[in-house]
Design a protein. Structure first.
Length: 265
C-alpha cells in the first residue's frame, strides 16, 4: 500500500515538473540555449519542489490505466506549458522582426550575427533591442510574475488535467498578429527616416544627375539611421511596459483557453 502511494506521488511530482519545464524552458528568459542543461533542469526541479511544498495536497492523486495513458498525459502537460511559453517567445521575437526592418533601412542587413537562442542568423539591431527588452523584463520583475503564473495554473488546472482545446489556435494567431504590429511600431522611426532619405536622394539625383547615389546615399542612410535608432531607444523603453502588460494579458488569454474545458466554458 505504501509503495502504491509513493508511486502516485512520484507520478504527480513528475507531471508537475513536466508542466513547469514546458513553460520555463520554452520561454526566452529561462530557456536560453547557452545556459547549461543541468542548470535549467535543476532550476525547474527547484521550482517544482517549492510548488509541491506550497500547494495543498490533492485529495485524489491522478490514476492511469497504463503507460500509454500516462504518456499521453505527459504530452498534454508539456504542451500546456509550451503553449503558454509560446506567448512570451512570440512577444520577445518582435524585436528581431523590427531589427530586420531597421537593418534593411540602414544598410546592415548583410551584417547579421549568429544567435544561439534561435539557432539562426539574426539582425544586429534586433539583438540589441532584444537585450534591452530582456533587461527591462527583469527590471519590472517579469520573471517573478511568470513563476507566479505557473503557480496559479496548478490552482485552476490540477496536475494531470491539462487539455488541448482548439481555441488556443485562435489565441496563438492573435498573438502572432499583435507581435507583428508591435514590431512595425518599434521600427517605424527608422522606416520613416529611411523613406524621407529616399525622397531626398531622389530629388537630389533629379537635380544633379551626375551625382553618384551610392557614394552619397549609403553613408547618409547609415548616419541618419543610427541617429534615429539612438533617439528611438527612449521611445522603446516607454513601450516596454505596455508590451509586457499585453504579453501577460495574452498569457492569461491562453490560460483561459486551456482551462475552459475544465470549467465548462
Amino acid at each position: 500500500m505504501e509503495a502504491e502511494v509513493l508511486r502516485r506521488q512520484l507520478e504527480y511530482a513528475l507531471l508537475m515538473f513536466i508542466r513547469v519545464s514546458g513553460l520555463l524552458i520554452s520561454s526566452p528568459i529561462f530557456g536560453r540555449r547557452n545556459a547549461p542543461r543541468a542548470v535549467k533542469i535543476g532550476f525547474c526541479g527547484v521550482v517544482t519542489a517549492v510548488f509541491l511544498a506550497a500547494l495543498p495536497e490533492p485529495a485524489v492523486y491522478p490514476e492511469f490505466s497504463g503507460p500509454l495513458e500516462f504518456g499521453l498525459v505527459v504530452i498534454r502537460e508539456l504542451g500546456f506549458g509550451v503553449a503558454m511559453g509560446f506567448v512570451l517567445t512570440a512577444m520577445f521575437n518582435l524585436t528581431m522582426t523590427a531589427g530586420a526592418v531597421m537593418d534593411y533601412q540602414i544598410g546592415y542587413s548583410m551584417a547579421s550575427i549568429y544567435d544561439s537562442q534561435n539557432n539562426a542568423l539574426t539582425p544586429i539591431s534586433g539583438n540589441l533591442f532584444n537585450i534591452l527588452l530582456l533587461l527591462f523584463f527583469l527590471m519590472y520583475d517579469g520573471h517573478l510574475k511568470l513563476i507566479d503564473i505557473i503557480y496559479r495554473t496548478f490552482l485552476v488546472v490540477p496536475v494531470g488535467g491539462a487539455m488541448a482545446p482548439a481555441d488556443i489556435v485562435w489565441v496563438a494567431a492573435e498573438v502572432m498578429s499583435k507581435a507583428f504590429v508591435l514590431s512595425v511600431m518599434v521600427a517605424m522611426p527608422v522606416m520613416a527616416a529611411g523613406l524621407m532619405i529616399e525622397v531626398v536622394l531622389g530629388i537630389m539625383i533629379k537635380s544633379v544627375p551626375q551625382m553618384n547615389m551610392f557614394v552619397v546615399g549609403i553613408p547618409l542612410k547609415i548616419v541618419v539611421g543610427l541617429a534615429v535608432m539612438i533617439m528611438a531607444f527612449g521611445v522603446f523603453a516607454g513601450m516596454t511596459r505596455d508590451i509586457f502588460t499585453l504579453t501577460f494579458n495574452y498569457i492569461g488569454a491562453m490560460f483561459d483557453a486551456l482551462s475552459a474545458p475544465l470549467r465548462g466554458g
